[in-house]
Design a protein. Structure first.
Length: 581
């Protein structure tokens, strides 16, 4: 390791502060890597140093045209100097306790180190870790500010291209607010018998068109309602204003589910559908008398892609829902009306669901609506009935939503579910999907309203350790021992998930959390979503013992092994401290 005086002297030179910190970080990282049996303080510091090193390299590539004061103000440079020198001092002091020659066995090396390590050194090491944590967050914010400055220096044409998607996002959110007034069953419009749907499409040349469908169900006429359809567009001569391209007034009837046309739509009988439509052209706009389902919804329910395509080509409205305002795009992904199923949505079982979704959007179906508190990105798309990589469309689905300017990737529902939760369920594309979502601005270190983090959700949702490692390295390390409103930590959720698993070999998720330093003594309380009969206040070890009474997996033994190793370490530290005293 370099001489600390020369390193600290280099830090005082503002022009060399970035390169010196990078060299220091690399030196400390190599020191931590060389000592394999280091306590968990070293492991956490090593991970934090690697993160700081990576972000410093990224900042270095952005500051070529900025002065030192623009990069780091003088006071901030002084604070950073004090923090990095404190880290160096503590690590160098701890290094003195380690034998300079490599022992023949790791046990002998660890025993020698443990005898010479004092309690004070461990406490100072914790303070050094806290300093690194503050530096990491500061550099993250500073990097964002530098990128913001660089973006302001771009040419006006580039700025216009960057602001164009935001105007589209604002338009779609405004339209969604209008549609939500008609989709919400508690709204005054729905109670008055008024329904409606508004769609809006804009191309790259700035040309737009809008489709407005308004329906009214008179209180005195349950079997029939009035539909008014009108299409708008911008003026063809380029001047400001709106022009009406078409307008229609229809009567919509409620007919029996056993009507030949309705049965043909659900069964996919194209010949019978064509015959019924030739005899009664208005039947394509009718609804079922009991549920309000349209012919298009029945074709989706019957999993007939050909029937869906046939109806759309003949003018079926892809934004018209049933009496529960279940829209066709949501029905294609397996959503059910509340009360009709235990689960609001299960992953679609039919193989053509993705082609059906593309077909609906091709005919101007909106993907930006909220139905029963769910956006389209919150719906599960991977069915465990077909647990093969060929049926995993997670990345294709996310890319498809992105291509349609989907705006709700970082939106969560009341239970904390979001598009990130969808990615966590993917058996073969989860890590890549999470990386794509992070690039789209999704905050993967978000704390949900109930106190959980995405690390807690990932522990239950995925078996891929690389996903857990990615979340840990990108902001979730600080949530390792975080308790939610029930007092549960990620380790509690892991014990619950691993203890109930079948054919579990090695308990990899449990091993991952324990290696990172998860606390085995944190007590949790009653969880209304995961009731544990017979337990009301428990540690992860007590939870594992309780669950293993029916399903032995070895989780309790692993937890006790790690807990005993921690106790031996701190007992040795306390014993050495008493000797010095």
């Amino acid at each position: 390791m370099a001489d600390p005086l020369s390193i600290l002297g280099g830090l005082t030179a503002s022009g060399q502060i970035l390169s010196t910190i990078v060299k220091t970080v690399v030196a400390i990282s190599e020191f931590c890597d060389n000592f394999r049996n280091a306590p968990r303080h070293f492991v956490r510091i090593r991970d934090r140093l690697i993160q700081i090193r990576d972000i410093l390299v990224e900042i270095e590539s952005q500051i070529q045209n900025l002065t030192d004061d623009d990069f780091l103000p003088r006071d901030i440079r002084k604070h950073l100097h004090n923090a990095i020198s404190s880290v160096l001092k503590e690590v160098i002091q701890v290094q003195e306790y380690i034998p300079r020659r490599t022992s023949f066995t790791e046990k002998l090396q660890w025993a020698t180190f443990r005898k010479r390590l004092s309690k004070k050194a461990v406490e100072e090491l914790d303070q050094a870790e806290a300093s690194l944590f503050k530096i990491f967050h500061f550099l993250t914010c500073r990097n964002a500010m530098i990128l913001r400055v660089e973006s302001r220096q771009r040419q006006p044409k580039t700025e216009q291209k960057q602001t164009k998607p935001w105007s589209a996002i604002a338009s779609r959110r405004a339209i969604r607010q209008i549609n939500f007034a008609f989709l919400n069953s508690d709204s005054i419009w729905r109670r008055l018998g008024v329904s409606g749907a508004l769609s809006y499409v804009k191309d790259d040349q700035g040309h737009w068109k809008s489709h407005w469908l308004l329906g009214f169900q008179p209180p005195w006429s349950w079997m029939q309602s009035v539909l008014f359809q009108i299409d708008f567009a911008n003026r063809s001569d380029g001047a400001s204003g709106v022009r009406i391209t078409s307008g229609h007034l229809y009567l919509q009837n409620r007919i029996s589910t056993d009507h030949p046309f309705m049965r043909a739509c659900q069964s996919g009988d194209i010949d019978l559908m064509r015959q019924c439509l030739d005899d009664q052209p208005w039947v394509i706009r009718d609804r079922c008398i009991t549920t309000g389902e349209t012919p298009l919804l029945l074709a989706i329910k019957g999993e007939s892609l050909e029937a869906v395509k046939w109806l759309l080509e003949r003018g079926a409205n892809p934004n018209d829902g049933d009496d529960d305002q279940l829209l066709p795009v949501f029905a294609a992904l397996g959503m059910k009306a509340p009360g009709k199923s235990i689960f609001l949505q299960l992953a679609p079982k039919w193989e053509s669901w993705f082609e059906c979704l593309r077909l609906l959007v091709l005919h101007n179906a909106s993907i930006h609506e909220v139905v029963h508190g769910k956006t389209l990105g919150m719906l599960s798309v991977f069915s465990r009935y077909r647990s093969t990589a060929m049926n995993d469309h997670t990345i294709n689905y996310i890319n498809f939503l992105r291509s349609e300017d989907y705006v709700d990737f970082d939106t969560t529902d009341r239970q904390g579910w979001s598009t990130l939760g969808l990615a966590l369920q993917s058996p073969s594309q989860g890590l890549r999907a999470i990386q794509i979502l992070k690039g789209l601005g999704v905050n993967i270190s978000r704390i949900l309203d109930d106190g959980r983090s995405y690390l807690s959700i990932a522990i239950e949702a995925t078996k891929d350790i690389s996903i857990l490692q990615y979340l840990y390295d990108n902001g979730c390390a600080q949530h390792l021992n975080r308790q939610d409103k029930w007092g549960w930590t990620p380790l509690h959720y892991c014990v619950f998930a691993e203890s109930g698993a079948k054919c579990n070999t090695g308990l990899p998720k449990l091993h991952f959390l324990l290696e990172k330093g998860a606390n085995t003594e944190t007590r949790a309380g009653y969880h209304n979503l995961i009731p544990i009969p017979g337990l009301s206040d428990f540690t992860p070890i007590e939870l594992a013992d309780h669950l293993e009474e029916r399903h032995p997996t070895g989780a309790g033994l692993m937890l006790r092994t790690y807990a005993r190793a921690e106790e031996k370490f701190y007992d040795a530290v306390a014993f050495q401290h008493d000797i010095h005293v």
